[in-house]
Design a protein around this ligand. Structure first.
Ligand SMILES: NC(=O)c1ccc[n+]([C@@H]2O[C@H](COP(=O)([O-])OP(=O)(O)OC[C@H]3O[C@@H](n4cnc5c(N)ncnc54)[C@H](O)[C@@H]3O)[C@@H](O)[C@H]2O)c1
Length: 461
């Protein structure tokens, strides 16, 4: 690595060598020294990796929801995503939307009209400023709150909801720092309410089918997964509305994988993370930042536009490798700044075969036709997830190919029937941890960084 790039990362050569030495030592010392790698890095500290459990803390793993005949739902953030999730909840039996919140009143009103158009009573609206959600969470007619705000509001909304005794979920990322992720774990345990990320991609058709194939042993012993968010968002993040109003800003502050969970959530299910395995450590590296800078040059012709004051620091393509406690590996990538067709990679290699997505294809040792990719279609009759068999027709009219409806329906089912949620606070924290951990590793010259064990030892069962 050149001195110039060391300078860009804000690291002295000595610092880098020290990190490398620590990381090397850590590898030979069963992980004991990994936290040292993260020391003195602003995005994380020793205590963020393993803070002591608060007195009396009890796990939320395996804890069922209480039963609700009707699930009363509130949504905070009724922009594009909030309204899309609202549409799906409105299509589920046994749901009442009781309250909505957005700091832009017209957006809340637009969402409220969707509720009344669906034949429900007008929901209560909270639109008085950035912290109006603090009033919403106090209502006693809410069972579950979903937040689809800009990222910086996910954690404040969830902490307020938990404190007020409400189950709560968010979009990706669940939190942006290790401290935030621990705060969510501790608050969920303290207030005995579920706090989770509603990761729609875990409910995708291919993901659910492949998950069943993995657990039926079709691919043999799982060895390696690949996960990503590779999506050309340049047009969207430069718009003067919706995500363009806030998402680009993260590219001026964090050189990291900013959006890890759409790819990682499903792969975590394939690999039984927190059901006998856990993410152990990761290494990460980023390319230079070029995409947003070039896009601005090409599209923002007026040099007095405030966008010209911005300096983008997020490397275009971030690549990380995660090692699990059982020795499996995961490639995790992020790029929203360059032209390319959409992909979440979504792959799984085992000792007997391999699945790769985009486009979906499967090879299992000994299959007819020899060592060539076969169609996923041949596996559908046997391994299609029963939720898709039951709901596929209705789901296909909803967002993202239907996965959003399956996710909403399943969430409501868990709440109505008093089931353990599919995704808990520990899963959600671990799936978003690559945001801060990739930032630490990139800043430390790709040094290995240990994952916190958010389950505090409860991952083995
Ligand atoms: N799961 C998915 O497939 C998916 C798809 C798109 C977006 N998202 C996620 O959804 C979230 C929202 O994205 P979006 O595309 O809807 O953006 P958006 O800008 O369209 O919507 C965000 C909304 O939050 C409101 N808001 C801002 N601050 C608020 C506050 N303090 N209190 C209440 N409301 C506030 C805004 O006015 C806006 O209406 C983000 O986390 C994004 O990453 C997820």
């Amino acid at each position: 690595m050149s001195n110039a790039s060391d300078d860009r990362a804000g690291l002295s050569r000595r610092d880098m060598l020290k990190s490398a030495a620590l990381a090397g030592a850590a590898l030979g010392a069963s992980g004991a020294l990994y936290p040292a790698v993260a020391e003195s890095v602003t995005a994380g500290s020793h205590s963020d990796l393993a803070p002591p459990a608060p007195a009396g803390a009890k796990t939320m793993k395996g804890v069922p929801f209480e039963r609700h005949e009707t699930v009363r739902i509130a949504i905070v953030g009724t922009g594009l995503r909030g309204r899309s999730v609202l549409h799906d909840f409105l299509g589920c039996p046994g749901v009442t939307i009781t309250a909505l919140c957005d700091n832009v009143p017209e957006k809340a009103q637009r969402a409220a009209k969707m509720v009344t158009d669906a034949g429900q009573a007008a929901p209560a609206l909270y639109t008085d400023g950035d912290r109006a959600f603090e009033q919403l969470v106090q209502r006693d007619d809410i069972d579950f709150i979903h937040t689809a705000t800009p990222w910086e509001w996910h954690v404040p909304v969830m902490l307020a909801a938990l404190k007020a005794g409400k189950h709560v979920s968010s979009e990706c990322p669940f939190g942006m720092t290790l401290k935030e992720l621990w705060d969510l774990v501790d608050a969920s345990e303290k207030y005995r309410r579920h706090c989770l990320q509603l990761e729609n991609c875990n409910y995708g058709y291919n993901e659910m089918l492949v998950n069943r194939m993995v657990h039926a042993g079709i691919f043999g012993e799982p060895l390696h997964g690949a996960a990503a968010y590779l999506h050309d968002l340049r047009g969207i993040v430069f718009e003067d509305r919706d995500e363009g109003l806030w998402r680009r800003r993260w590219h001026t502050t964090n050189n990291a994988n900013l959006y890890p969970t759409h790819g990682l959530g499903p792969v975590a299910w394939y690999l039984d993370i927190h059901k006998g395995d856990k993410f152990e450590y990761m290494v990460s590296m980023s390319t230079e930042e070029r995409g947003l800078t070039l896009y601005r040059e090409e599209t923002v012709k007026d040099k007095s536009n405030p966008k010209w004051q911005e300096k983008y620091v997020t490397g275009d393509l971030n690549s990380s490798l995660i090692k699990t406690a059982r020795g499996r590996t995961i490639l995790l990538q992020h790029d929203v700044s360059n032209p390319r067709p959409y992909s979440r990679l979504n792959a799984l290699q085992g000792t007997k075969g391999v699945f790769e997505d985009y486009p979906a294809r499967i090879y299992v040792e000994g299959q007819a036709g020899g060592e060539r990719w076969g169609s996923i279609d041949t596996w559908k009759a046997k391994f299609e997830d029963p939720l898709w068999t039951q709901l596929g027709q209705a789901a296909r009219n909803s967002g993202h190919g239907g996965m959003d409806y399956i996710m909403a329906w399943r969430t409501v089912q868990c709440l109505r029937e008093g089931l353990v949620p599919d995704i808990d606070v520990y899963d959600s924290a671990a799936w978003s941890a690559p945001f801060p951990l990739s930032e630490i590793s990139v800043a430390k010259g790709s040094a290995p960084v240990k994952f916190p064990d958010f389950t505090r030892g409860n991952w083995k069962a």
